[in-house]
Design a protein around this ligand. Structure first.
Ligand SMILES: Nc1ncnc2c1ncn2[C@@H]1O[C@H](COP(=O)(O)OP(=O)(O)OP(=O)(O)O)[C@@H](O)[C@H]1O
Ligand SMILES: Cc1ncsc1CCO
Length: 180
């Protein structure tokens, strides 16, 4: 992972950090912090993961587990702190997706809330990984100056696909068609 991140940086390619279960062990937290130091373009995690990363700098209360035990809106301050400390765009997924960046980077001081998606997405393991991959694809295709908007768009498109899948699922069992 470190070699991939270093190579991406060397070639000025964007990359996205998904700090899976960062708060569930010291080993995972340290691994994520090491990757964080390599300056990802975007960090995408659920509320617990983003709080765990920001806790490494300040105490924001307890957190653990692979799934989030926090609502995304609980992580607004953690996301702002992490964006400022890391210089990365920070995306917190959940009922409301939160995307923020600090004044220290090109995208400036921005905070956007995306309300797309359906609660079932949270119950399907790997939708977090999938939306991270979609963010990477959008950011890779966009002008580097538009990485923030690309991140917002990816989360919105993924949420809308979830809404369409939910509607399709009322009529047939091919919910996955909406994501094709
Ligand atoms: N309550 C909700 N309502 C609407 N959309 C949601 C809800 N919870 C999660 N989502 C959406 O589900 C997707 C995955 O986000 P989630 O926060 O569940 O990731 P995660 O916990 O990292 O997932 P994983 O279990 O795969 O590790 C995101 O696109 C997010 O917007
Ligand atoms: C990486 C990974 N492995 C099992 S669940 C999970 C998170 C996917 O979003």
């Amino acid at each position: 992972m470190k070699a991939a991140a270093l190579l991406a940086n060397e070639h000025r390619k964007p990359w996205v950090l998904d700090p899976v279960a960062a708060g569930s062990s010291q080993f995972r937290l340290n691994a994520c912090l090491e990757l964080l130091r390599l300056k990802p373009t975007v960090i995408r995690g659920n509320a617990s993961e983003i709080i765990a990363l920001s806790q490494a700098g300040i105490d924001m209360g307890p957190t653990k587990g692979v799934d989030s035990c926090h609502e995304s809106m609980d992580a607004v301050e953690a996301a702002k702190f992490l964006a400022e400390a890391s210089g990365s765009i920070v995306a917190v997924s959940g009922a409301v997706d939160i995307i923020c960046s600090s004044k220290s980077i090109t995208h400036g001081n921005r905070l956007v809330f995306v309300h797309n998606g359906v609660p079932m997405l949270q119950k399907i393991t790997a939708t977090g990984c999938a939306v991270t991959a979609l963010i990477a694809a959008f950011v890779a295709a966009a002008d580097p100056l538009h990485a923030f908007d690309a991140t917002v768009s990816a989360l919105s498109v993924f949420g809308i696909a979830g809404e369409m899948g939910m509607e399709l699922g009322q009529r047939s069992c091919f919910v996955a068609d909406a994501f094709d």
